[in-house]
Design a protein around this ligand. Structure first.
Ligand SMILES: Nc1nc2c(ncn2[C@@H]2O[C@H](COP(=O)(O)OP(=O)(O)O)[C@@H](O)[C@H]2O)c(=O)[nH]1
Ligand SMILES: [Mg+2]
Length: 292
């Protein structure tokens, strides 16, 4: 989570993943279901090249269920195998080995036809920091093999983890950088806690989140904070600011002279959004490449 990406780091990360790709049959591209586009590495196609790929949308428990379905449809419409999971509880995680195996069906059939016994599918998890790679590795392993959260991983030699009889997983994931050159992407990543908020201004991040929530999830926002006045135009910054002030007032985020402490109010909004206090929310839609 505290990784700062510079061109040299990206080159190194890419080289490390490409070394690992030589060892595996399938790449598991882990995305955050709340922002499947922004949590994708911008060079993923160049990095994975022709390696069979399974897209796994993680943290689907925090994302809008309708949007999960739309995103899956969109990825599948692009010809990708894709599933949604929750690595922290393990929901749907058991589908991963079978889905990975499906991608290699033809190869496995050829091996069987030649009288060979197919070996377990070898897989590597790749994704940006904080997307849940270590949590998923531990869930698939059925025990703790990877450090999760903010603790830095203890580097040891790469090992294969046996996942049932069908799959073997590399115990160290491939760490990729996010698409942060786009400012909107940066705000979405920061709003969900995928990147450190010190990089951006906390009030700007909360402002961005409030604007999105006001236009896409107004009822939930209104319910959470007892808001009454639906903004007439969510593109009007004054209206979003007044919502932020209203929330600050209601949560007692005050400074001297009765002024509202917007920084504090922003902290409340972001903390509650990340904790799922406003319900299950997805911050981007697949409209840009949806064919319906
Ligand atoms: N709610 C929820 N939290 C998750 C899920 N997967 C991981 N997390 C949390 O996300 C944070 C980052 O997870 P981690 O596995 O360390 O991410 P990594 O940096 O990709 O290895 C941790 O606090 C996890 O508990 C999930 O599916 N749902
Ligand atoms: Mg990790």
């Amino acid at each position: 989570m505290s990784i700062q990406w510079f061109p040299g780091h990206m080159t190194k990360a890419r080289r490390q993943i490409q070394e690992k790709l030589k060892l595996i049959d399938v790449a598991i591209e882990l995305l955050d279901a709340r922002l499947p586009m922004s949590s994708r590495n911008p060079m993923i196609n160049d990095i994975l090249l022709n390696k069979p790929r399974l897209i796994v949308m993680n943290k689907s428990d925090l994302a809008d269920p309708d949007m999960n379905a739309r995103w899956l449809k969109s990825f599948r419409g692009e010809g990708h195998a894709a599933i949604a999971v929750d690595a922290s509880t393990g929901s749907n995680v058991s589908q991963i080995p079978a889905e990975a195996r499906k991608l290699l069906q033809e190869k496995i059939q050829r091996q069987i036809a030649k009288g060979m016994k197919p070996r377990p599918v070898r897989a590597l998890i790749v994704g940006i920091p904080n997307v849940g790679k270590s949590t998923l590795i531990n869930k698939l392993a059925g025990r703790t093999v990877a450090a999760t959260g903010d603790r830095p991983g203890v580097t040891k030699g790469q090992q294969w983890i046996r996942v049932g009889t069908e799959m073997e997983l590399l115990d160290t994931p491939g760490i990729l950088w996010p698409k942060f050159e786009d400012q909107e992407v940066g705000y979405r990543l920061a709003a969900t806690g995928a990147i450190r908020e010190e990089i951006l201004n906390v009030e700007d991040i909360a402002f961005y989140a409030l604007k999105y929530l006001s236009s896409h999830y107004w009822e939930r926002l209104a319910e959470r904070y007892g808001l009454e006045q639906r903004p007439a135009d969510t593109d009007n910054p004054d209206e979003i600011l007044s919502i932020m002030e209203d929330i600050g007032r209601k949560r007692g985020c005050l400074m001297g002279g009765g002024r509202i402490d917007l920084e504090k109010a922003s902290g409340v909004i972001l903390r509650e959004l990340r904790a799922g206090k406003m319900g299950r929310i997805t911050l981007e839609e697949p409209y840009s490449f949806m064919v319906e």
